[in-house]
Design a protein around this ligand. Structure first.
Ligand code: CO8
Length: 373
């Protein structure tokens, strides 16, 4: 079978960052305003008062200290609590396209490829900012790529599913060189008024170039030894936003039209699926977790990652075995494991193994076994 490699990766980090303290300060002002405004209804027992958030809780429960966002002032405005993003005209690049292009250009440079050598563009991320035309086709035009492009969404697992699709396309001959891009504007679909989740997400874009080993000119390439994808339906992470919302105006802006989750249930149900999927994937490749130098895991929760790695390795993992980027980037959905891969791969020697793995809504789990060329 044709050998396929990841020959370059790229990372676009938005210009604004928000610390836990900044986020909590604005959230708590929103809570105080809300409770003041509804004082008599709360006193009458019509509905409960809102509770303050806390930086300590956020850090202890998730490991997150900071997040990057495309726009900060609207998120921190207690009267707005969302990024302020002026609508662009159809002649301007979309926000997702702009972020994707920036990450893609870095990946192309690393892979020593020019845009016109790309003949497949996959934009793989949690939420597309419009229904059509596909963001991928806009990215294809903006960069000057050949061939074809399409969008795909498997929530947090979009990147690994995208890499798997690109690898299959190259093996089958329907593409020669692919770009898989993950622009995530998580701040656009997060309810910053919800104490349970206002701290979870950040914005970012990542990109990788996937091509046949025979066309690869990069000295930093990783061979894709194999991919394993798994899904199992769950309502525990859900967002009901969609074009049918307007057909029922009464609930068009209801809470479920943004990200909602049962965090504890996700933790309990998803982790066994993750460790089973990775274990059976490695078994099939006749490898064991201890053969791997590094696990570039989905970045949702620090405890979750340590738990998954401990279960796989049968011992406490070191910080170099399981690099954490969520402390600075928060959960960036599909991009999280690719950020970890991009920032923590320079020390790899020829023949060393690493595993890229994502897990999240769906449920969905992706596992990509890599070997340094
Ligand atoms: N400040 C202070 N206290 C709080 C806060 C807060 N901000 N929030 C909750 N509390 C309180 C709760 O009310 C609760 O109080 P009590 O015990 O009195 O009821 C207590 O703290 C404990 O609350 P939880 O049980 O909810 O806390 P956890 O320890 O479970 O931590 C987490 C919450 C961090 C959410 C954790 O459950 C978690 O990370 N779970 C894993 C979830 C996960 O991995 N999800 C993946 C989702 S991402 C994905 O798939 C992509 C989706 C698409 C992207 C969407 C972009 C927006």
């Amino acid at each position: 079978m044709k050998s396929v490699v990841i020959s370059g990766s790229g990372l676009y980090t938005p210009p604004h960052s928000i610390s836990n303290d900044e986020l909590v300060e604005s959230f708590n002002r929103y809570v105080d305003n809300y409770n003041d405004h509804h004082q008599s209804a709360i006193a009458a027992g019509d509905f409960p008062s809102l509770e303050h958030s806390s930086s300590d809780f956020i850090h202890k429960a998730s490991g997150i200290k900071n997040r990057f966002v495309v726009e900060k002032s609207g998120i921190l405005d207690p009267d707005f609590m969302a990024p302020r993003l002026p609508e662009r005209t159809n002649d301007q690049p979309s926000l997702l396209c702009e972020m994707a292009v920036s990450a893609a250009q870095q990946a192309l440079t690393k892979a020593a490829k020019s845009a016109d050598e790309i003949d497949l563009v996959i934009v793989a991320c949690s939420n597309m900012q419009r229904a059509y035309p596909a963001i991928a086709i806009e990215v294809q035009a903006a960069l000057g790529c050949q061939g074809y492009g399409y969008d795909m969404n498997v929530a947090c697992s979009s990147a690994t599913f995208g890499i798997s699709a690109a690898s299959d396309a190259i093996r089958s001959g329907s593409a020669r060189c692919a770009l898989v891009v993950n622009p995530e504007v998580c701040s656009g679909h997060l309810d910053f008024r919800d104490r349970d989740c206002h701290f979870i997400f950040g914005d970012v874009a990542t990109a990788v170039v996937v091509e046949a080993e025979e066309t690869c000119n990069s000295d930093g390439a990783f061979e894709i030894l194999g991919t394993r994808l798994a899904t199992e339906f769950s309502n525990n992470i859900r967002n009901n936003f969609g074009f049918l919302n307007r057909t029922h105006p009464q609930s068009r802006d209801a809470r479920d039209k943004l990200f909602v989750q049962q965090g504890r249930k996700v933790f309990k149900e998803l982790l066994p699926l993750v460790t089973q999927t990775i274990s059976s994937h490695l078994n099939e490749l006749q490898l064991s977790p201890s053969d791997f130098k590094r696990f570039w895991l989905h970045q949702a929760n620090l405890t979750m990652n340590i738990f998954a790695a401990k279960k796989l390795l049968g011992r406490e993992p070191s910080t170099t075995e399981v690099p954490i980027v969520l402390d600075q980037y928060a959960n960036t959905s599909s991009a999280g494991s690719v950020i970890a891969f991009h920032l923590h791969q320079q020390d790899f020697q020829q023949g060393e193994l690493g595993l890229l793995s994502s897990f999240g809504a769906g449920y969905s789990i992706g596992s990509v076994a890599l070997k340094k060329k």
